[in-house]
Each structure stands twice: as structure tokens, then as C-alpha cells.
Design a protein around this ligand. Structure first.
Ligand code: PRP
Length: 240
């Protein structure tokens, strides 16, 4: 079996990916031990993991340095690399949004709007699709600051809990796209190493589907629990 190289985005998405790989029986102990090493192997030496900046994952996969990788849909939308998106991993869920101060939608249709974003390509594509004339300023982080200090009218950014927006007096003005982690694969390596890559993709999909079914089951059980008002109704029924 040829070794498979997997590009993992440093941080939480990598940790969640390791959980999935462990459920497939891959020995991930070396990946869970704190280290500054950027190239690691699983316990059986079948897989090589390279730890890269999240926005660089599609680059490593497009070039074939990594056979496959894990990237947020936000990164894929921004980087537009020539890779296959093979599966929605259903974790790292958030939303790509247009945000700004409440009640400012009107400003979007008057003159040129100034927008700040880490996702310049996403922002430009969004404004073009809405026929909004926009000056997009590239920032590398703390994007919510831009409207607060007057650098920009609005921002295009990912929103997870919404707490950063709320803490800075901002609200979602429009939802641009749903975001979650995706499994991506190099196009030619998928053909040349299909015997190794395809079973791994199928295994990952199976684990994700099982977890989704399990979570849906839990939600359904919670939904079935009597609510406060149901309890009242039950009580009343008994009273009658
Ligand atoms: C991301 C994003 C928002 C924040 C949203 O930033 O760019 O700023 O998280 O999360 P919330 O809706 O749960 O508040 P990140 O934490 O990656 O830091 P950054 O601003 O330095 O990019």
C-alpha cells in the first residue's frame, strides 16, 4: 500500500478530523501528542499528515504534495483551487455573512460601499452578484473592528456563534453561504492512488453519516420530551 499524505489545517478542524480517523481504526496517538513537528505519521506508518495553515490546505492538495486534505468551505470559496471536493464533513459549521450596523442595508444601494474582509474574492463575487459597487479592503483578522472604527461600512466574514458581532454592535445583514469542513482530493492522485484513497474516503463518509444519524436520533429524542406546556396539558388531561 502506498502512503497517503493528508494536509490538516492546524487547529480545531484538525482535532475533529483526528476523531473521525480514529473511529476508522487509524492509530492517531502520535497526532494527539503535543509537538511542534509539522510532519507526522499514524502509528502504523500508513499515512503521513502535514500540518498547514488552514488557508494553505487547498494549495498543497492542488499541487499534489498532499493527496487529500481538510478545508473549510470558506477557504475553498476564497482560494478557488482546482481540487475535487469529495465530502461534507458536517463539522466546523458556520455561515459566511455580510454584517454591519443594524439598519444600514440602505447604504448598500447608494454610491460605493466599503467592505472589509479576510475573504476578498468571496466579497467581490457577492457584491458583483448583487450589483453593488464595492471597495473591498483585505484584512487578516479582527474584521469586526473595521466598521466600529470607521475603516469600512460593512464586513464579509464567517459567523459561528454570533458573539463577536454582538459584542461589537453588529448584525448579520445577509447570509452568503453555509460553511463546513470539506474533504478535498488531488485530481490526478485520485486516479493514480485510487486503491488507497477511495476506501479512505468511503470510510470517512461512513463515520460522518453514522455520527449525523446518531445526532439526529438524539435531537429527535429531545424533541419527543414533553415541553413545559405539554406537561401542563398532560396535567390538565389527568385532572379532567
Ligand atoms: C472568526 C471570524 C470571526 C469570529 C466569528 O475569527 O473571522 O471574527 O471567528 O466567531 P463567532 O461568531 O463565534 O463570534 P477567528 O476567531 O478565526 O479570529 P480572527 O478574527 O483573528 O480571524
Amino acid at each position: 500500500m502506498r502512503k497517503i499524505t493528508i494536509a490538516l489545517p492546524k487547529g480545531r478542524l484538525a482535532e475533529m478530523t483526528v476523531d473521525v480517523l480514529e473511529k476508522l481504526g487509524i492509530k492517531c496517538e502520535p497526532l494527539k501528542t503535543p509537538t511542534r513537528k509539522l510532519v507526522l505519521s499514524d502509528g502504523d506508518g500508513k499515512y503521513r499528515f502535514i500540518y498547514v495553515k488552514p488557508s494553505d490546505v487547498p494549495t498543497y492538495v492542488e499541487r499534489g504534495t498532499a493527496d487529500m486534505g481538510i478545508a473549510g468551505k470558506d477557504t475553498l470559496m476564497e482560494e478557488r483551487r482546482d481540487v475535487y471536493e469529495m465530502a461534507d464533513l458536517k463539522f466546523g459549521v458556520c455561515r459566511m455573512c455580510l454584517a454591519g450596523f443594524p439598519g444600514r442595508q440602505g447604504a448598500l444601494t447608494r454610491g460605493t460601499v466599503t467592505a472589509a474582509s479576510k475573504y476578498v474574492n468571496v466579497a467581490k463575487t457577492y457584491f458583483a452578484s448583487k450589483n453593488i459597487d464595492a471597495d473591498v479592503i483585505k484584512l487578516n483578522g479582527s474584521v469586526e473592528l473595521a466598521p466600529v472604527v470607521g475603516l469600512a461600512d460593512v464586513i464579509v466574514d464567517i459567523v459561528e456563534s454570533g458573539k463577536t458581532l454582538e459584542a461589537n454592535g453588529l448584525v448579520i445583514l445577509d447570509e452568503i453561504a453555509a460553511v463546513s469542513a470539506r474533504l478535498i482530493v488531488n485530481k490526478s492522485n485520485l486516479k493514480t492512488k485510487s486503491a488507497e484513497i477511495l476506501p479512505l474516503i468511503e470510510g470517512i463518509k461512513r463515520v460522518i453519516n453514522e455520527e449525523t444519524a446518531e445526532n439526529n436520533g438524539k435531537t429527535a429524542k429531545i424533541d419527543q420530551k414533553p415541553t413545559k406546556s405539554d406537561k401542563g396539558a398532560i396535567q390538565n388531561d389527568t385532572d379532567n
